[in-house]
Design a protein around this ligand. Sequence first.
Ligand SMILES: [Zn+2]
Length: 304
Amino acid sequence: MEVEVAVFRDYEFPLDKPVNFYLVRAGSVSVLVDTGTGRTLSTQALNPSVVVLTHYHWDHSGGLVPLARSGRGALRVCASRRTIEQLSRPSWVLEHMETVGRAVGLRAGPGERAFAEAMYSRYSAISEAASALGVEEVGECLSKMGVVADWLECPGHSDDHICVELGRHLFVGDNIIGSPNVTLSNTYKYFESMTLALARPSFATVHPGHGPGALTRTDAASLLVETMRRKRRRLALAIAAAARGGGRWVGLDEVYRTVYPAPPNPVVAWVAARSLLGYLASLESDGVVEVDRSRSPWRVRLMG
Ligand SMILES: [Zn+2]
């Protein structure tokens, strides 16, 4: 199938670099892969027949708000079941902040609270738009649209993440961006899912969620390798910190200080804490550590 891919970019605070989204024309169907923050779509009618979301994050799903407002009845929106769930419950933003703070013993100041409230209202608007448009589960949704498209679960950057293949193009969302600084919700799942995704023989070009609009297979694989290298170092530091307790419990605040000795400001401190929970989830699911979440900060113990 011959397809044509056009890249669009949105930038809004607090993104550190613009987000990419893509309009893919395949025969008579046009597919929007992600929607940007909503900035472009509120001024420019791209008239897609289908939207596919790679994951729920606001910079990828925010365009649902202007799409819902323009009230086009024929639009079909496809996403993974987990993305649909996440979009239906915007309160996760506030709960997540509580959890991260509790886990490593960080207290949210007024700035962080205001930021979380702002994100909560953003996600609430996206959630309303998603329910107005009606988001369908990706498998059935794509099969109904008359385009040969394939999708696969790509957990890593977020648990709900999918990759979408259209023609010879693989859309990887935020699992591969233009640099190795990807934040991950589960490091090991990321290694596995992206190794499998990039091993698919069928695509020629990779389209990332930030950074360049297109990468060759080789460039994408190099970025993946570089990302893995960095994450392995953090994982090793986390294991070393947990190992300091011998077989006894170690506070996650202590692990946090070992892995991230000097976050330059509160924003980075919170992002780092969130990343640490991603490493922890990986180590826990591989049976390397045991986690006690019953108190704040959480505690970890190296498994024998
Ligand atoms: Zn993201």
